[in-house]
Ligand binder design. Sequence first.
Ligand SMILES: Cc1cc2nc3c(=O)[nH]c(=O)nc-3n(C[C@H](O)[C@H](O)[C@H](O)COP(=O)(O)OP(=O)(O)OC[C@H]3O[C@@H](n4cnc5c(N)ncnc54)[C@H](O)[C@@H]3O)c2cc1C
Length: 510
Amino acid sequence: MSEVLVVGAGPTGLATGCLLRAAGVDVRVVDRRPELSGPEDSVLLWSATLGALGEIGVGPPVQLAGRAVHAARYVDRGRVLARVPLQGEHPHLQPVVLGRATLQRLLCERLAQLGVRVEWDTEALQIGTSGHGVSLVLDRRGHRAEAGAAYVVGCDGADSTVRGAAGVGWEDVGAAGDGDSAYAEIEARTRLDASTAHVFRSGGGVVMLLPTAAGTWSVVGYARDLQWGPRPGTAQLQALLDSCGAAGLVRARRVVSFVPGDGSRGVAATYRAGRLLLAGAAAHAHPSRGGEGLNLGLQDAHNLAWKLALVVRGAARDRLLDSYDAERRPVARAALRDTAAEERRVLAGESRMARWVRGSVPAQLRRDGELEHRLARAAVADADYTGSPLTTGSRLAGADHVPGRPFRVAPGVDAAAAVRGDGAITLVLVAGRDGPAATLPVLHAVADRHAPRVRALAVPGAPGTGARPAAGYVLGVRPDGHIGYRGPASDRGSLEAWLRDGVGLLPGRG
Ligand SMILES: Cc1cc2nc3c(=O)[nH]c(=O)nc-3n(C[C@H](O)[C@H](O)[C@H](O)COP(=O)(O)OP(=O)(O)OC[C@H]3O[C@@H](n4cnc5c(N)ncnc54)[C@H](O)[C@@H]3O)c2cc1C
């Protein structure tokens, strides 16, 4: 019996396997496909996703294989609304466009380096749970065998067997969309800047053009009056581009691949049913136009793996896993609602972006570049867990180190100092003007009670300025880089309560 069995070796399952294994968990990954295969559709990986991939250990090869996207340009009825620089927190977090098949190959290789081989041609058929674990029937090329695991993570895509076994249905989040979006990869003649994502919209539709690593363009969008056949040709793609306002700027020469929108969208009613957990496309379905499914799936894995590692090793109470649902489901719901609302506005002839830029944003803001800054932050933003039951501490608006948000120490530096991919929580002392000497030993004493699951370190001052606050404070940085706790450096009791009652750590275990 393994500690965790991951069903599905798509991007989400592979990432989950890597993160669990790196945290010391005995994990199996099975997939019904005969081998690693699949289309090389291009996906845009956001910086939060790249942070997770970096932690997994595939950051540099992902950047090497992908094409960096430095800006997003929005053109509304022929008028450039904004050109938004897309900068990650760090050069290695620069958003990139990468083929899905390449990403899966890199993750698969990393998993093998960590000592886990994907079991291909192995389908999970029956799944049953008891108080002690999960039993499965696995079919390997017609041979059926029983298997057991303490927990099963269903990363088995839209028609998830695990979700079915858990009896979990789809929740209506009011995200029904009207647009028939489609994805295509095309060879094109264009002078558009090939380091930028270009969004064109008009009353007729909206299209995003992404430069791919192969030198082609990926086209995601829809037009109000366009019906897609099973294999549209260049003329139809050109009609899409033209009706969205890219006429004369992009000339489609060949359609390399085409995937029609299937209209699927929804969120599982829960991401956890006892020992069964759902992640990625098994938990949420997005229209491909949103460009979100894969990013959110990898971030699900990042959120879930450290919690599951602590629980299976006996270092934390099982209820820590409830926070996975509490934190990740709202993110998928919000993404779906945003996409649907945007679609409706576009079809009604008015996009949120257009309205905002034309109407409500003062000219001053636009001149000063603040608009670009805000849009860029929205485009690469990390999930925000400020409302999570795992988050404790003062939520001072505009303050540094906000509980629920990612931990940053200075511009250009990410959470690498605190997050090392080993599943440990880091207690960070942000030294006050009185210096760290008095408090750091206390922090070490707290960490030692939970070693090696908790460690302590000190950093100088606030992010951005490095200035020391009047009073020092302590942060509890989760293994996924989010701040779970913030409190006064002198308040040892609250910190211990967060570890014990919030996270549910069991001292001296695991
Ligand atoms: C054309 C296109 C463009 C896209 N563009 C973007 C984009 O720009 N940005 C973005 O974020 N997302 C994008 N997406 C969405 C993204 O690709 C998916 O969200 C992502 O592939 C989901 O990954 P996953 O690992 O959760 O599931 P999947 O990739 O669906 O993998 C599920 C795996 O589970 C296996 N499996 C299923 N059932 C079983 C079983 N019973 N036993 C064993 N194995 C099983 C399957 O064989 C499969 O390998 C795009 C999708 C498409 C189609």
